[in-house]
Ligand binder design. Structure first.
Ligand SMILES: *Cc1c(COP(=O)(O)O)cnc(C)c1O
Length: 375
């Protein structure tokens, strides 16, 4: 069994992916070829944003947004304590301070009340200037934007949506990558919509931000590539990757997103009575980057993982270390205790999850978990 089966997906889409790759090679339009602009247009339409600007990867996408807002030394940026390292890393890289916020035990996402407390703690201390918040759509579930938006508005914080795992999720009619001022996503192969290498995109409705992002991704270009009006980067999505994303995006919209939701429902049906299963709040939809259960404690979690491994069932621990306990952040000032995040790191276990997972495989995984828990 595969944790995320990219091979079956390729075999299913092979004729269209192979043709897309061959087309780019025949045209030799390897950098900024027509498939890049086409993809950007389709993605902006899909998520409901005015602009989509593709770039080299999801980490760059986050950094580019912070650069657009000139966030740097002396600024506080609020980041969940339970996420992939990159969410905080980009803040530190720009010279600003990531202020770590505890998460909600049910959704794994930033706890809005804890965000409010963290902003107040920073204001009380008076050393840093609160500038932005980066809610993460962890495991495919959009963060609680309806609660975070009024808090951000109250304190004058920009919202940068980290939708690296969130593409395809939604709250009501609003799609992931449309929340906040700017949204960032990743096309890393194992994300909900992945390419065959590194890739990412930034989304916004703001004209000025979009112009800045388009320029800074290509050496700070002005009206053309050899007029350079600012110091920029080289962060672009390869034409090959854009072409590969063409048919993959179509499959994602047409059936893959429905299929992962079906697989998640099977897991929940089989597991809800025996273990803590993920909670999707009313009106929210996940794109199921991960299906993550919670065990009683670390010992049980680690034992279950070893047991499943023996049965040929791969699982992952996302994430084993809360950000505040990562070496580079250990010396940072603590603005709040992140107890839930610490607890989750000891208890979570992500199960095999992808659109091509069969009912039989879900049953097999669930049955083995049941065998272990009853032993
Ligand atoms: C994967 C990921 C990123 C970084 O994306 P890359 O394309 O790997 O640079 C950022 N934030 C989160 C939450 C992620 O899961």
């Amino acid at each position: 069994m595969q944790f995320r089966d990219l091979k079956t997906q390729y075999e299913t889409l092979k004729p269209s992916i192979d043709a897309a790759i061959a087309g780019v090679i025949a045209n030799t339009s390897f950098i900024s070829g027509p498939p890049v602009k086409e993809l950007e247009k389709r993605m902006a339409d899909y998520v409901g944003r005015k602009y989509c600007i593709t770039c080299g990867n999801g980490t760059d996408a986050l950094s580019l947004a912070l650069m657009a807002w000139k966030i740097g030394p002396g600024d506080a940026v609020f980041v969940p304590d339970f996420t992939f390292f990159a969410t905080a890393e980009v803040v530190s890289f720009e010279g600003a301070t990531p202020v770590l916020v505890d998460v909600d035990e049910e959704t794994f996402n930033m706890n809005p009340q804890k965000l409010r407390e963290a902003v107040e703690a920073v204001l009380d201390e008076g050393r840093l200037c609160p500038r932005a918040v980066i809610p993460v759509d962890l495991f495919g579930l959009p963060a609680d934007y309806p609660s975070i938006e009024p808090i951000a508005a109250h304190y004058g914080l920009k919202i940068l949506e980290d939708a690296a795992q969130g593409f395809g999720g939604s709250i009501g009619e609003r799609m992931a990558c449309s929340f906040g001022d700017v949204s960032a996503t990743s096309f890393f192969p194992a994300k909900p919509l992945g390419c065959y290498g590194d890739g990412g995109a930034v989304f916004t409705d703001d004209d000025e931000t979009a112009r800045y992002l388009e320029s800074v991704c290509v050496h700070g270009k002005g009206s053309h590539k050899y007029e350079n009006v600012r110091i920029g980067w080289n962060s672009r999505l390869d034409t090959l990757q854009a072409a590969i994303l063409g048919p993959k995006f179509r499959a994602f919209k047409e059936y893959e997103l429905n299929q992962v939701n079906e697989a998640a429902a099977w897991y929940t049906e089989e597991l809800a009575d025996i273990v803590k299963t993920p909670v999707i709040p009313q009106n929210f939809r996940s794109s199921w980057a991960q299906y993550t259960i919670q065990l009683e404690n670390k010992e049980k979690r680690d034992e279950l993982q070893a047991f499943l491994e023996e049965q040929g069932i791969p699982t992952m621990v996302y994430y084993p270390i809360p950000l505040h306990q990562q070496d580079v952040y250990k010396a940072n000032r603590i603005y709040q205790v992140c107890q839930t995040s610490e607890r989750l790191c000891e208890r979570v276990l992500s199960l095999p999850m992808h659109p091509y997972l069969s009912r039989e495989d879900v049953h097999l995984v669930s049955q083995q978990i049941s065998v272990f828990l009853k032993a």
